[in-house]
Design a protein around this ligand. Structure first.
Ligand code: TYD
Length: 200
């Protein structure tokens, strides 16, 4: 049965291709909100739980899996993450900053060839809390590849694939675009402006 949590917190998601700088931007945002007296939970997907570890083993090339199996790793990881981290924090009134969430699945797994509508419908059963704000840190794929440099070794980290992911993100609704091609500080300013509008 769909849960309707008593929810007083705020749920902020950062999205974008690999190399967009989400991790650094989430860290800075969490620090800034913390300094302003907010209680903040900084988290990310895939998690370090069993499903997230399985995904990472596949991404490193340890075994082969069909796109639907890979999808399943992310969905099961998300269910556990919601139950263990996201919902409890929202119920306590905290601000959750999540590095990747549903829109990563919608963009990456569509780019991997799965049906867009099937993907969108998966998350509509009421058991996936809706973010209050989704920031899309957007930058040209070539710049992201340059930033990743030697670190770009996983299956999804090559430019033709990331071009498709960028196209998929562009099709999605409800994302607020932040120009992530700028210096870290300027990107963070863009992120904070959106968050300030949300918190009022
Ligand atoms: P990433 O944020 O790069 O984590 P790590 O630092 O552990 O590599 O995310 C891992 C990859 O997983 C990234 O290429 C995006 C991909 N991904 C999906 O394909 N679907 C999803 O639902 C999620 C959450 C991530």
């Amino acid at each position: 049965m769909a849960k309707t949590p008593q929810r007083s917190g705020r749920f902020i998601v950062l999205e974008g291709i690999d190399g967009a700088g989400k991790t650094e931007q989430s860290r800075r945002l969490a620090e800034w909100l913390g300094e302003r007296g907010h209680s903040v939970v900084e988290t990310r997907e895939p998690t370090d739980g069993p499903w997230g570890r399985r995904y990472r083993a596949w991404a490193r090339g340890d075994f082969e899996a069909a796109p639907t199996e890979v999808l399943n790793f992310f969905v099961e990881d998300r269910r556990e993450h919601i139950e263990a981290v996201i919902e409890p924090a929202l119920e306590k009134g905290e601000i959750v900053i999540c590095d990747r969430y549903i829109h990563s699945t919608l963009a990456y797994q569509a780019a991997a060839g799965l049906d867009r509508q099937m993907l969108a419908e998966m998350f509509n059963d009421g058991s996936f809390p809706k973010p209050d704000l989704i920031l899309w840190l957007r930058l040209p794929v070539l710049l992201a590849m340059e930033r990743m440099g030697q670190a770009a070794t996983e299956r999804f980290e090559h430019s033709e694939f990331l071009d498709r992911v960028d196209e998929e993100y562009a099709r999605l609704e409800g994302l607020q675009v932040v120009d992530a091609s700028r210096e870290i500080e300027q990107v963070q300013r863009g992120v904070r402006e959106c968050v300030e509008r949300l918190l009022g």
